[in-house]
Design a protein around this ligand. Structure first.
Ligand SMILES: *Cc1c(COP(=O)(O)O)cnc(C)c1O
Length: 388
C-alpha cells in the first residue's frame, strides 16, 4: 500500500520521526536507504534528470534537506559537510564591497571567516552586540547585505530579539541570517519571526550523538536559494550519503532529546547557582537573565547549553578534567554531557582583547548538558566542584 504522507499536516514530533517522504518509495523500506553512489544512469537522453551526480543531488541528502526545511518552516534546505561549509556557501554569495553586520559573540569559526577569510575578498564585516537593536541599525550601510546573528550566543548566552532585528532588516532591505544551532526548531523558529535564512551546525543537536559533522542552510528566499545552490554545487561541500543518513536518524529523536536536554539543564543550572565554588551562571532559563522577556516571547524551551565562572581560577584544571562521567571535550549538543574550556578550545582564535570584552575569561567553563540522568550529572559535578 502506498503511504500518502502529507508533512504539512504533521506536528513537529511526527515530522521529526517521519521526515519528508517518511519511507523509501522504491522498496518501501521503513528506514530511508543510504544511496551510496557517486553517479546515476542517465535514462532520459537530452533532458534534465533529477539525479545525475551526487555533488549536485543525492536521494538520501534530498530527504534530509527536505526534512530539516520542514522542521524550520523553510521552502528550501541545503545540507553541507559542516556548519562552517554552510556559512562559507552563504558568505560567498557576496561580492567585493558588500558588507555584513555580525554578532560580537559568534562561534569561533564564524569569527575567523569574518575576520580572516572573506575580508581578503573585499567583503567587510562590522561586529555589533545584537542585544541592542539600535546598535545594529546604526551599523547598517548602503553596502550591507546580511545581518548575521546567533541567539543565544556561545558561550555567554546573550539573547537578541529576532522579530525586532527582522523589522530593522526589512526596513533597510537587508537579509537577516540566524544561526539556530543552540535552540533548534524545537525551541525557536527564526523564519516565523521574520528571519530570511537559518544556519545550523548539524553536528550538534540535529545529529545529536557526537558521531558526525553536518551543516544546514534553510531559506524561503528565492534569490538566496539560487545563489546558495550554485555555490554548493561549485564549492563542493555537500553532505555525503552516509552522513546524511546519520543525521536523518538523529533527527527522529530530536524533539525527545531537546526536552530532556532542557529539563536536565534547568536542574544543573539551579544546582550551579547554589554551588559555593561558582561565581556566575549564564543560562537562558534563569529568571535573572537580562533578556528574560524576549526569551519568554521567542523560545519555547531553554536547550542544554550553559556557562559558568569559577571563583578560584587556579581550580580550572580540576574543574575540567576530573569527572567520572562528564567528558572534557569540544563540541556540544550530543547525548553525552561535555565540559569545554572556551578560552583554549572553541574561542582560541579570538584575540584576547575581544575575548575579554565579551567575557570569555580564564575562569569561564561551558557545559553542554546531555540526556543522562540529571542526578548523575549533578553528582559528578558535585564530586569535583565541591572542592574547588
Ligand atoms: C559548531 C558551531 C558552528 C560550526 O559548525 P561545524 O559543524 O563545527 O562546522 C557554527 N555555529 C555554532 C553555534 C556552532 O556551535
Amino acid at each position: 500500500m502506498e503511504k500518502k504522507l502529507n508533512p504539512a499536516e504533521l506536528k513537529l514530533d511526527s515530522l521529526a520521526v517521519h521526515g519528508n517522504m517518511g519511507h523509501d518509495g522504491h522498496a518501501h523500506a521503513v528506514s530511508f536507504p543510504i544511496y551510496q553512489t557517486a553517479t546515476y544512469i542517465n535514462t532520459n537522453f537530452g533532458h534534465d534528470i533529477d539525479f545525475s551526480y551526487s555533488r549536485c543531488a543525492n536521494p538520501t541528502r534530498d530527504e534530509l534537506e527536505k526534512t530539516v526545511a520542514l522542521l524550520e518552516g523553510a521552502k528550501y534546505g541545503f545540507a553541507f559537510s559542516s556548519g562552517l561549509a554552510a556559512e562559507t556557501a552563504l558568505f560567498s554569495t557576496l561580492s567585493k564591497g558588500d558588507h555584513v553586520v555580525i554578532g560580537d559573540d559568534v562561534y569561533g569559526g564564524t569569527y575567523r571567516l569574518s575576520r580572516d577569510t572573506f575580508p581578503r575578498y573585499g567583503v567587510e564585516f562590522t561586529v555589533v552586540d545584537f542585544s541592542y537593536p539600535e546598535k545594529v541599525e546604526a551599523a547598517i550601510t548602503p553596502a550591507t547585505k546580511y545581518l548575521y546573528v546567533e541567539t543565544p550566543t556561545n558561550p555567554m548566552m546573550k539573547v537578541c530579539d529576532i522579530a525586532a532585528i527582522a523589522e530593522i532588516a526589512k526596513k533597510h532591505s537587508v537579509k537577516l541570517v540566524v544561526d539556530n544551532t543552540f535552540m533548534t526548531p524545537v525551541f525557536q523558529k527564526p523564519l516565523s519571526l521574520g528571519a530570511d535564512v537559518v544556519i545550523h551546525s548539524g553536528t550538534k543537536y540535529l545529529a545529536g550523538h557526537n558521531d558526525t559533522m553536518a551543516g544546514f542552510l534553510l531559506t524561503s528566499d528565492e534569490d538566496i536559494r539560487t545563489a546558495v545552490a550554485f555555490n554548493r554545487n561549485t564549492e563542493g561541500a555537500a553532505l555525503a550519503p552516509f552522513d546524511s543518513w546519520l543525521v536523518l536518524r538523529g533527527i527522529k529523536t530530536l524533539t525527545l532529546r531537546m526536552r530532556k536536554h532542557h529539563e536536565n539543564a534547568v536542574k544543573v543550572a539551579q544546582w550551579l547557582t547554589n554551588c559555593k565554588a561558582v561565581d556566575k551562571v549564564f543560562f537562558i532559563g534563569l529568571d535573572s537573565h537580562p533578556s528574560k522577556a524576549i526569551i519568554d516571547k521567542q523560545c519555547t524551551g531553554y536547550g542544554g547549553m550553559l556557562s559558568f565562572t569559577l571563583k578560584d581560577t587556579s581550580k580550572v584544571r580540576h574543574a575540567l578534567c576530573d569527572y567520572k562521567m562528564i567528558m572534557f571535550a569540544e563540541s556540544l549538543g550530543g547525548v553525552q554531557t561535555l565540559i569545554t574550556y572556551p578560552l583554549t578550545q572553541t574561542h582560541a582564535s579570538i584575540p584576547k582583547e575581544v575575548r575579554d570584552s565579551i567575557g570569555i575569561t580564564e575562569n569561564l567553563l561551558r557545559l553542554s548538558v546531555g540526556i543522562e540522568d540529571a542526578e548523575d550529572i549533578i553528582a559528578d559535578l558535585a564530586s569535583v566542584l565541591e572542592d574547588c
